[in-house]
Write a protein that binds this ligand. Structure first.
Ligand SMILES: C[S@@+](CC[C@H](N)C(=O)[O-])C[C@H]1O[C@@H](n2cnc3c(N)ncnc32)[C@H](O)[C@@H]1O
Length: 269
């Protein structure tokens, strides 16, 4: 990120390592990598993100906490508050909800089924394209009617309508795992991908065609893939060379098949 110019990025979508929950460095089985661990200087990364974002740029920070001996770390909140110290606005705290698959959590709490998606903006977000795919239960056309006043006279009134679809809530649910997060088998060599549709929905919400989208911890390349399919430019950084290879593989095969895919998701683009 140090080599990137200031005020150059329209949107960042990323998910950091969560409280060292996962070991990212030796996951690729059978591969005797010389790569040994990584450092995760959160505060430096947060300050650098503020520097590289354009005025009005948005950062989507997807994060959850671990629980250590019945005590949640709360690091996700600490990070959100630190972003504010860097100068970002906390524009929205959204929830990434995932139906529980098997036992997630422990026997004394409710099943853990969400992560935070902090929406941070450098000033006021310059692009807001709210997705309006929530079905309105009581959609109706606008109409004209009358209302009787206290003195008995009839007043002509017009009532506004509700469209069939309205804007979403800020809780987004995605099925996860094989067959849901992505159809790219190679992506699952990475232990912690987020769903393609999550990246896709944020790209549509906070950027326009041709914008620059950056993922500073790109893992298997989910954000880059979705940028190709939505005509955004992408930049990614990843500390683990094995994950870079997965990302490159996904990017290459997306470039080959992107026409077919854009037909598949075309309706929403
Ligand atoms: C939660 S995963 C991101 C997964 C990604 N969103 C996807 O869908 O594939 C976090 C990633 O951050 C990477 N990482 C950790 N520290 C890093 C650093 N200092 N610089 C760049 N990447 C780092 C890890 O190797 C890991 O791949």
């Amino acid at each position: 990120m140090k080599s990137m110019p200031s005020d150059s990025v329209d949107l960042v979508i990323t998910s950091p390592p969560y409280d060292d929950l996962r070991t990212y460095n030796d996951f690729v089985k059978g591969n005797k990598s010389e790569f040994n661990g990584y450092s995760f200087p959160f505060e430096k990364i947060a300050n650098e993100l503020f520097r590289v974002c354009k005025e009005g740029g948005v950062v989507v920070w997807v994060v959850a906490d671990s629980t250590i001996q019945g005590n949640e770390t709360g690091n996700s909140f600490r990070q959100a508050l630190y972003f504010k110290e860097c100068g970002f606005n906390l524009f929205d705290t959204m929830i990434y909800s995932k139906p529980p698959r098997g036992a997630v959590g422990n026997n004394t709490t409710y099943w853990q089924s969400f992560e935070y998606m902090f929406i941070l903006s450098k000033g006021k977000p310059k692009t807001i394209n709210l997705i309006t795919d929530r079905e309105n239960k009581e959609s109706r056309k606008g109409d004209n009617g009358t209302k009787r006043l206290q003195n008995g006279e009839l007043l002509q009134v017009s009532r506004g309508g509700y469209g069939e679809y309205g804007r979403r809530t800020n809780i987004w649910e995605y099925n996860i795992g094989k067959g849901h997060s992505t159809s790219d088998q190679c992506a699952f060599k990475h232990p912690a991908i987020f769903p393609e549709k999550l990246a896709y929905d944020h790209i549509l919400s906070w950027s326009n065609i041709g914008d620059i989208v950056y993922d500073p911890m790109m893992g298997s390349g989910t954000v880059a893939k979705m940028c190709i399919l939505t005509d955004r430019k992408y930049i990614g950084s990843e500390i683990n060379p094995e994950y870079c290879e997965i990302a490159e593989e996904r990017i290459e095969s997306t470039l080959i098949t992107s026409t077919e895919f854009s037909e598949y998701i075309g309706a929403a683009v």
